[in-house]
Ligand binder design. Structure first.
Ligand SMILES: [Zn+2]
Length: 277
């Protein structure tokens, strides 16, 4: 989705869907899928309508569809598709929830990456249709996560003197970052812009607000991760909604920049997103 207008459009379409005969729509739509056609061939074989070893080109498949129209084989294949490949009851529940205002459609800023939800969709589709083999899909997801993480900008702040803060893109990070003011290696990793830290830096004895206290806490916790794990800690903390506690869990499992690391980041992001809604 590219903008608020598109977001509204999606809601409109969903409304339209929810108020129409979903069962009929889903039936018609699913009969056009490759998944259905494969099930049809399978059922036709089971019924002995076609020989086991015959391969079907897409042209022949369409002929087969036509010749089986209205037969029990067609009905059975449709029943299997609806039962095994689709979740009609929950689809209906979600659509009705959107119309009733119980479920909101929210636009997610993902910078051209699949969102955690669409990622689940992509994975499921690729598993079922074999369009993209699972292993290849896994690599695509790892690559896209890696590219996103590398381009993420975080704010690095010295928690020893609080006089040094810098915004650095993850891929531009030096092997070891030191405070330019006091040379401390206790560097916190935050999402806030360095502007937001200026007030904390120049507080001169003024008591901290609740929000500032929270930021200082996050800086301290992430600084100990940075001390312990180095640059890799920044990679993990660049994940969406990954706090110091989740980051530590990941880093204890994997402390090198590897495919495994990005997979763990992806899982944690997905978990965080699901918990949020
Ligand atoms: Zn310092």
């Amino acid at each position: 989705m590219a903008g608020a207008a598109d977001g509204r459009k999606v809601v409109e379409v969903l409304h339209e869907l929810a108020t129409s005969d979903i069962h009929e729509l889903v039936k018609k739509a699913s009969m056009k899928t490759g998944l259905f056609k494969r099930r049809l061939v399978h059922v036709a074989r089971r019924f002995g309508a076609i020989r086991r070893r015959v391969d079907f080109s897409s042209l022949k498949l369409n002929q087969l569809m036509k010749s089986l129209e209205g037969t029990i084989i067609m009905d059975e294949a449709l029943k299997e598709t609806l039962h095994k490949d689709l979740d009609m009851a929950n689809t209906e529940r979600v659509l009705k929830g959107i119309v009733a205002g119980e479920i909101r459609v929210v636009r997610l800023e993902t910078r051209n990456q699949p969102s955690p939800l669409s990622r689940i969709g992509l994975e499921r589709i690729s598993m079922k249709s074999d369009l993209i083999p699972a292993e290849k899909m896994r690599l695509i997801l790892i690559e896209s996560t890696k590219a996103r993480i590398m381009n993420e900008v975080k704010t690095f702040v010295c928690v020893s003197c609080w006089q040094y803060a810098d915004m650095i893109r993850v891929k531009d990070l030096p092997r070891r970052l030191k405070c330019r003011n006091c040379e401390s290696e206790r560097i916190g990793i935050l999402s806030q812009a360095d502007e937001d830290l200026r007030k904390i830096q120049s507080r001169k004895g003024r008591p901290l607000s609740e929000r500032e206290k929270w930021i200082v806490g996050q800086a301290r916790e992430t600084a100990s991760l940075y001390e312990k794990f180095g640059k890799v800690a920044a990679y993990v903390l660049a994940g969406k909604r990954i706090g110091p506690a989740e980051a530590e869990g990941i880093l204890l499992e994997e402390d090198k920049v590897s495919d495994r690391l990005f997979e763990l980041i992806m899982d944690a992001e997905r978990q965080a997103l699901l918990e949020r809604f």
